[in-house]
Design a protein around this ligand. Structure first.
Ligand SMILES: NC(=O)c1ccc[n+]([C@@H]2O[C@H](COP(=O)([O-])OP(=O)(O)OC[C@H]3O[C@@H](n4cnc5c(N)ncnc54)[C@H](O)[C@@H]3O)[C@@H](O)[C@H]2O)c1
Length: 435
C-alpha cells in the first residue's frame, strides 16, 4: 500500500514514519527547504525521542521518503494525509485553514487517480465537507473520497502514542474509505486498540472536545492549587484524593504555570469560536481560556513577590523553557510571557533548556543569557525558577544548588523538589498549591 503525507512537522513526520513501520510505503511532502535538507541529511528537524532511529530504519528499508514534489508523491497512492499546521488565525481565535486548503488544492490538481483524502490536522467542523467540495470542483473526473482521522499523539511520547493509541477515530462516509483506513491501521487491530468509525463532523469535533477537556482538567487543578494555598491544603493530596476516583482519573491533575504548547491554547480558542458560530457557546471552555491566560501573568507576579517585590537588577536562573519536557517545541510555552515580563521588569535572566534553546531564542526577549547547562544557569543567581520538569533538573541536589547560587529563593512552578529538603539546604522555597 502507498500513501502520501503532506507536511513533515511533528505530526506528519511521526505518523509517516509510524505508517512506514507498519509496512506501508510513505512519501512525506515537506515544503520547508530547511526541514527537508535536514531530513535528507539524516537529521531530525524536531526533537522527539526515538524518531531518528525509526526514520533511519524505514528510510533504509525503502518504505519512507521525503521530498518537496507533491505531484510525484501523490501519483498512484491510495490515500493522501494532510498534516499541515492549523495555527490560530490572527485577531479572532479561529483556526487558520490557509495551509489545509492550499494543500487540498495542490493535491486535487496533482492526483492521477481516485484516492481517499484524510485530514490528520486538527480542523474545525465542516472542513472535511469543504475539502470534498474543493475535490469535486477541481477534479470532477475523479472519485475522491474525504475522511477525517484526527491525531491524538503527545509530543515527547509521540511514537508510543501512535503505535499503541488509546483509540483511533476515523470519520468516513463510504465503505471504501473505511476499508482503506482499516487496512492502514490493521496492526492496531492485533493489539486491540479501539477504532471508532464516525461521520466527518463527529471525528472533527472529537479532537477539539478531547483537547479542550484536558485543558479544562489542567486548569481546574491549577485553580484548586491557588485555593489550597489560601486555605492551607495540599494540592497533591487533593489531586490524589479525587484522581483515585475512577470517574475522574489521576492524569492531568498536576498543577503548573498554565497549559501551553502547540495544541491546547489554539484548540481551546478554536472550539470557543466553533461553538459561538454554531450558536451553542461552550462557557466552560471560554472560562478555561481566560483563567489560563491570567495564570501566566500571575506566575510572573509570584516570582516577583518571592524575590522580595521586585526583580530589578536581580539574576534569575530559569530552568526549562519548552512547554513540557522531552520536546523542543516552544509554541505558546508559558516561558514566553513569564521570561518576557521578568526581562521587562529589569531582571537578568540566565536560561537553560536541554532541547529547546534554538527554538526559544527568536521567541524570548533580547538580553536573555543562554547557558550550556543547568549549573551554569544557576551560577550566581539570586532566584531559581523551575519552569519545565526535565528529568535532569529533578536530580539536582539542593546542597549543590545552594552552593552555586548567590541568593536563596527557589520558585518551583512544577513542584518537582522536596520542600523539606530545599528548606533544610537553606532555601526559601515556593512551590504551587502546597505549604
Ligand atoms: N504537535 C502535536 O503534538 C499535534 C498533536 C495532534 C495533532 N496536531 C495537529 O496536527 C497538525 C500539524 O501540527 P504539527 O505540530 O505537526 O505542525 P508543524 O508546524 O510542526 O508541521 C506542519 C508542516 O507542514 C508543512 N507544510 C505546510 N504546508 C505544506 C504544503 N502545502 N506542502 C508540504 N508541506 C507543507 C510545514 O512546512 C510544516 O513543516 C495541526 O493541525 C495540529 O493541531 C498536532
Amino acid at each position: 500500500m502507498r500513501i502520501a503525507m503532506i507536511g513533515g512537522g511533528y505530526v506528519g513526520l511521526v505518523s509517516g514514519a509510524c505508517f512506514a513501520e507498519f509496512g506501508v510505503d510513505v512519501a512525506v511532502v515537506e515544503s520547508d527547504p530547511g526541514k527537508l535538507a535536514a531530513l535528507h541529511a539524516g537529521r531530525m528537524p524536531i526533537f522527539e525521542p526515538g524518531l531518528d532511529d525509526l526514520v533511519a530504519s524505514n528510510v533504509a528499508a525503502g518504505r519512507l521518503q521525503f521530498g518537496a514534489d507533491l505531484a510525484a508523491a501523490v501519483a498512484g497512492v491510495e490515500a493522501v494525509f494532510i498534516a499541515v499546521g492549523t495555527p490560530t488565525r490572527r485577531g479572532d481565535g479561529h483556526a487558520d485553514l490557509t495551509y489545509v486548503y492550499a494543500a487540498a488544492e495542490q493535491v486535487a490538481r496533482a492526483l492521477t487517480g481516485p484516492a481517499v483524502i484524510v485530514t490528520k490536522s486538527t480542523v474545525p467542523v465542516g472542513t472535511g465537507r469543504r475539502i470534498a467540495q474543493i475535490m469535486g470542483e477541481t477534479r470532477p473526473d475523479l472519485a475522491v473520497e474525504v475522511a477525517s482521522n484526527p491525531e491524538f499523539l503527545r509530543e515527547g511520547s509521540a511514537i508510543g502514542d501512535f503505535m499503541r493509541p488509546d483509540r483511533v477515530v476515523i470519520g468516513a462516509e463510504t465503505e471504501h474509505a473505511r476499508e482503506v483506513l482499516r487496512r492502514l491501521y490493521r496492526p492496531l487491530y492485533l493489539i486491540d486498540s479501539p477504532i471508532l468509525f464516525t461521520g466527518l463532523e463527529t471525528a472533527e469535533l472529537t479532537k477539539y472536545a478531547a483537547n479542550s477537556f484536558l485543558a479544562m482538567k489542567v486548569t481546574f487543578i491549577n485553580e484548586m492549587a491557588d485555593l489550597c494555598e489560601k486555605v492551607g491544603a495540599d494540592v497533591h493530596d487533593v489531586a490524589r484524593g479525587i484522581g483515585l476516583d475512577g470517574r475522574i482519573g489521576r492524569k492531568f491533575l498536576h498543577p503548573g504555570p498554565g497549559y501551553g504548547g502547540s495544541c491546547f491554547p489554539k484548540d481551546t480558542l478554536a472550539l470557543v469560536r466553533i461553538a459561538q458560530d454554531a450558536g451553542a457557546p461552550t462557557r466552560l471552555i471560554e472560562a478555561t481560556v481566560a483563567v489560563n491566560d491570567a495564570r501566566k501573568s500571575a506566575m510572573a507576579r509570584r516570582i516577583e513577590d518571592a524575590a522580595g517585590g521586585s526583580v530589578r537588577g536581580k539574576t534569575i536562573a530559569v530552568l526549562g523553557l519548552t512547554f513540557k519536557p522531552e520536546t523542543d517545541d516552544m509554541r505558546d510555552a508559558p516561558a514566553i510571557p513569564i521570561v518576557t515580563r521578568l526581562v521587562g521588569d529589569g531582571a537578568v535572566v540566565q536560561a537553560y533548556d536541554p532541547e529547546g534553546m534554538a527554538q526559544a531564542r527568536p521567541m524570548l526577549p533580547e538580553g536573555v543569557r543562554y547557558c550550556d547547562d543547568a549549573m551554569a544557569a544557576i551560577g550566581g543567581a539570586d532566584v531559581l525558577v523551575l519552569l519545565t520538569e526535565w528529568n535532569e533538573f529533578r536530580a539536582l541536589s539542593p546542597i549543590r544548588l545552594k552552593e552555586a547560587m548567590q541568593g536563596d529563593v527557589v520558585v518551583d512552578l512544577r513542584n518537582i523538589y522536596d520542600p523539606v529538603a530545599m528548606r533544610r539546604a537553606g532555601f526559601r522555597y515556593h512551590g504551587i498549591g502546597r505549604a
